[in-house]
Write a protein that binds this ligand. Structure first.
Ligand SMILES: Cc1ncc(C[n+]2csc(CCOP(=O)(O)OP(=O)(O)O)c2C)c(N)n1
Ligand SMILES: [Mg+2]
Length: 346
């Protein structure tokens, strides 16, 4: 197991802030590999991270304006997990199962900005015709559901299907440190390992489940749980997108070759509320976390590399998102009665 010591108490966090501030790397050096390929790659990975951040912040504002119904869980601060892991997958043959915090996973894997924005605004042009909403996104090989842990056996079943078909597809499933408490997760680990299924279990360990800190919920080491089922486990900080991307690529290729499941445990930090405005954490703690924001750190590095290119990138991405939002707001909303009569036209 690649293990880093990384429990999320404040003292350790402050040390990390100091360490991250003392590193002022050129963009090419992110991931400790300075080459041309890395230079282009980091720009495209950052583009996606910025897009996700901008969309998520927009969703919170739209929610406040009463334009989003139901609930909305943003992945602000956790963008590296979505971008790096799904970037390592092949969207044609691999499959993603996501959870309640899935907008970033969807954008990074499917790339369907318009479908996502319209879906959250409850419009017919949304990816699920506006009736799935934030937690029920499905298109092509992407599935999501808000039942904690419930997606993990679905992913294992999918991986079984891919194996039987001989497609070479890998199934990645994202779940949090709260969800890993669900018993079904262990039944899934067991079967995946026993039947040698091509699954990548991705634990997004942000140290909190809604308002319950990990230390009040879990005994023992979360990461060791996969290993006890014979599942090879890698533990990383989700702070350096290029490093996590490269690690994910090699893990995915290993799963594809061997048809053995693996667990990738990413330590990450949720910078926003659990859903909308419901953050019970000490504001000082959040301020420390914000200093560690991977988006901010990558942004600083890219600005040092080419500030005009960065401004252009952010302007373009923001403009595209604003256009999508404006168009979706203009679109007529669904009639409440249609929920009773809707049938999928596909
Ligand atoms: C089975 C189930 N129980 C409770 C909930 C309500 N709920 C939604 S998110 C959440 C916390 C999830 O924590 P974690 O798995 O760590 O993911 P995070 O929100 O931190 O990304 C809870 C309790 C749920 N969606 N499903
Ligand atoms: Mg959590």
């Amino acid at each position: 197991m690649n293990s880093h010591n990384c429990s999320s108490n404040d003292v350790e966090l402050e040390q990390k802030v100091r360490t991250s501030k003392s590193r002022n790397l050129h963009a090419c050096e992110i991931g400790d590999e300075g080459d041309i390929v890395a230079d282009d790659l980091i720009w495209s990975l950052y583009r996606r991270m910025f897009q996700i951040r901008y969309v998520e912040e927009s969703f919170l504002r739209l929610y406040d304006r009463g334009l989003i119904f139901g609930t909305v869980h943003t992945c602000i601060g956790q963008e590296v997990c979505a971008v790096a892991v799904t970037g390592a997958l092949d969207s044609k043959r691999d499959v993603v199962w996501s959870n309640h915090r899935g907008h970033g996973h969807y954008l990074a894997f499917v790339g369907d900005l318009k479908g996502l924005v319209s879906e959250l605004l409850g419009k017919a042009s949304g990816v699920c015709a506006g009736i799935g909403g934030s937690q029920h996104l499905h298109r092509d090989n992407f599935y999501s559901n808000g039942i904690l842990g419930g997606t993990v056996p679905c992913a294992v079943g999918c991986a079984y299907a891919e194996k039987v078909k001989g497609s070479g597809g890998v199934v990645a499933v994202f779940f949090g440190d709260g969800a890993i408490a669900q018993g079904i997760v262990y039944e899934s680990f067991n079967i995946a390992s026993l039947w040698e299924l091509p699954v990548l279990f991705v634990l997004e360990d942000n140290g909190i489940a809604q308002s319950t800190l990990k230390k009040y919920e879990h005994a023992g080491d979360l990461i060791a749980r996969g290993e006890s089922f014979g599942i090879k486990t890698t533990r990383l900080h989700a702070s350096d997108v290029l490093a996590v991307y490269r690690a994910s690529r090699s893990i995915v290729e290993e799963i594809r070759r061997s048809s053995q499941p693996q667990l990738l445990a990413l330590e990450t930090h949720r910078l926003g509320p659990h859903s909308k405005g419901d953050d019970t954490r000490d504001p000082l703690h959040i301020a420390v976390l914000r200093d560690l924001d991977p988006n901010g750190r990558h942004r600083e590095q890219l600005r040092a590399n080419d500030s005009e290119r960065l401004d252009r990138l952010e302007r373009e991405v923001a403009h595209q998102i604003e256009e999508c939002i404006a168009a979706a707001i203009e679109e007529e909303s669904l009639e409440p009665g249609m929920f009773l009569t809707y049938s999928d036209p596909r």
